[in-house]
Design a protein around this ligand. Structure first.
Ligand code: PMP
Length: 311
């Protein structure tokens, strides 16, 4: 297999040429900001659809402000770099783009140095969580970071130590994924995904001040629930015990997509099966991301520009 191509400090280079020194500030202290963007491959036409790439890059350009990192590109330029990266790597499967902006100074000391770096990598990606079955989650013993320690809305590299501890604990205890509470004891999110509950036909999700990432898939779910089910989502403080009495629970995120949860802490959620609200949102989301829906075509960027009619 030929070596993959990455975008590294202004150029497309072979992966083996994209290397940083051990003392790189971000590697030592987690001072970087990243994004995760999915690109879906259409086996019939060879087209690749990047999903909400512009929204991800806009979020990234906002989030780098937390660390005073400068990215020398616009949303449009970042989107065209992403498309070119997919073309150069000739993906024939679904892929995942990882843009990454970081403090690049090579020195010891924790203040934020002025030197910044930027890279973008694309890797093949299938299912992140098995979304065909109901997941079994635990409420983690690890609490979500607080906004005034490391802002979770920032997608800051170092903050993912918190996610890694929770995700690994869940796997070690035989669960599929963790649900994290914030320091106030309210539901925040999964290790790398937002969470929704369904109670009496209403969708409920933690509001953006609960220590969560302001997720783009979360925004899709809120939009699709309104359109498909005429259901407004309540964005509010959510108690842990609401998980145990919810009719349906699901996680959502770029990698995880829409992932049903049927057991929490060993208790059955609702009827213990994937519920109707989750199913209809999951199915419509899948059609949209694969370019098979007429709705929300502005969420899709066609990498090769083939003009196929949505099925
Ligand atoms: N929360 C966290 C902590 C995440 O890392 C992610 C993945 N980016 C999400 C939620 C979901 O966000 P999005 O839908 O924008 O991918």
């Amino acid at each position: 297999m030929s070596e993959s191509v990455v975008f590294f400090n202004g150029k497309f280079v072979p992966d083996s040429e994209a290397r940083v020194p051990i003392l790189t500030h971000c590697l030592q202290y987690g001072t970087g900001v990243f994004e995760g963007i999915r690109a879906y491959h259409d086996d019939d036409t060879g087209e690749v659809y990047m999903f909400r790439a512009q929204d991800h890059f806009a979020r990234m350009l906002r989030n780098v402000k937390f660390l005073s990192i400068k990215i020398p590109y616009t949303v449009e330029k970042l989107t065209s770099i992403a498309a070119e990266l997919i073309r150069l790597n000739r993906f024939t499967t679904d892929a995942y783009l990882r843009p990454f902006a970081y403090k690049a100074a090579v020195k010891v000391g924790v203040t934020l140095p002025p030197e910044d770096g930027f890279a973008m990598v694309a890797v093949p990606m299938g299912q992140y969580l098995d979304t065909r079955k109901g997941l079994h989650c635990e409420v983690s013993s690890w609490r979500r970071l607080q906004d005034n320690s490391i802002p979770c809305r920032g997608k800051i590299c170092g903050a993912y130590v918190n996610s890694a501890l929770a995700a690994q604990e869940a796997r070690d205890r035989g669960f599929d994924e963790a649900i994290m509470l914030n320091e106030a004891g309210h539901i925040a999110e999964g290790s790398a995904m937002n969470i929704f509950l369904v109670r009496g036909g209403r969708l409920i999700t933690p509001d953006v001040s609960q220590g969560i990432l302001e997720g783009i898939t979360r925004d899709c779910v809120i939009t699709l629930a309104r359109e498909l089910l005429s259901a407004e989502t309540e964005c509010r403080v959510v108690d842990r015990t609401e998980l145990y009495i919810a009719d349906e629970v699901f996680l959502c995120g770029t990698a995880a997509q829409v992932a049903p949860v049927t057991r929490v802490d060993g208790r059955t959620v609702g009827a213990g099966e994937i519920g109707p609200v989750t199913t209809s949102i999951q199915q419509e989301y899948d059609r949209i991301v694969r370019g098979r829906s007429h709705s929300h075509s502005h969420w899709i960027e066609r990498v090769y520009g083939y003009t196929t009619t949505p099925r």
